[in-house]
Ligand binder design. Structure first.
Ligand SMILES: [Zn+2]
Length: 275
């Protein structure tokens, strides 16, 4: 279950992320940095882009953050969309993401081997990860018998007032609402945003959140869910250089008492099974 309810803190953290992005850009790129600061302020309405699909601009996106999260250069993104550096982007605008040799090369370089479907692995490979960005991988259940990433996203935006929506970086379906074992890569992963799944904002800033749909106080996770969880966790451990001891359940890491991910989630067996 998600724990964060402090939208203002989240705003501060996302402003901090934007500042880091800008600083990073200043250090690595020439004078068009000014064009990177085209923040957008309207409300989002679409899902993350898959391969060859247009990317729909979301609140707080910048051209530089979009370029970086898709592994393309700013110039390639501008060219593909006939945009000028002084142009503006708006929420809901569809941007073509260029397929480039450099993009494939960067994916190959950063891609640890995994049992993940290739489309999911490609989506997970896309963002550039700052070394040391993540310290923990945290497992949750939704505490509901059914669910999907879209309705969780809506709930977190509308009921929990989280401006970045879906509090987790990844969601794994149980066959009720999403396919059994289906993985959804959230936009917090695509944009390397802090999670919103823990009570502590300091931990949210360092912890990748994975949510399995289901109420594991009443039912066990499905075999396919556990296979997907293993594959994602092993990928993340390698890609983010996180050790097994830093893979935690919500209950183990939270600063406030919680039973998440439920008494029927066997964390011992899960951890023993990780390679
Ligand atoms: Zn939880």
């Amino acid at each position: 279950m998600d724990e964060s309810k402090i939208a203002p803190a989240e705003r501060i953290m996302s402003a901090r992320t934007r500042c880091l992005e800008m600083l990073d850009g200043l250090l690595r790129r020439p004078s068009w940095v000014v064009a990177c600061t085209l923040f957008v302020f309207l409300w989002p309405g679409a899902s993350p882009a898959a391969d060859n699909q247009p990317y729909v601009v979301r609140k707080n996106d910048t051209l530089s953050s979009i370029a970086r999260s898709h592994g393309v250069s700013m110039n390639q993104l501008l060219e593909a969309n006939a945009l000028s550096r002084s142009g503006h982007i708006r929420v809901g605008q569809r941007l073509k993401i260029p397929q480039t040799p450099s993009r494939s090369a960067s994916i190959d370089e950063t891609s640890p081997p995994s049992g993940l479907p290739s489309s999911i692995q490609a989506e997970m490979n896309r963002p550039r990860i700052i070394p040391g960005r993540w310290d923990y991988i945290v497992i949750h259940h939704s505490a509901t018998p059914m669910g999907d990433a879209q309705s969780m996203d809506r709930y977190h935006r509308e009921q929990r007032h989280m401006e970045n929506g879906l509090a987790y970086h990844f969601v794994i379906g149980n066959g009720n609402g999403m396919r059994d074992g289906q993985i959804v890569v959230g936009h917090r992963w695509a944009q390397q945003l802090n999670g919103g799944h823990l009570a502590s904002e300091a931990l949210n800033a360092r912890s990748i959140g994975i949510c399995l749909v289901g109420n594991f106080d009443k039912d066990r996770p499905t075999r396919r869910q556990l296979e997907s969880l293993d594959a994602i966790t092993e990928y993340l451990m390698k890609r983010c250089r996180v050790g097994k001891s830093a893979v935690k359940t919500h209950q183990q890491i939270n600063t406030v008492g919680t039973r998440c991910p439920g008494r029927l989630f066997d964390e011992g067996a899960f951890l023993r099974g990780l390679n």
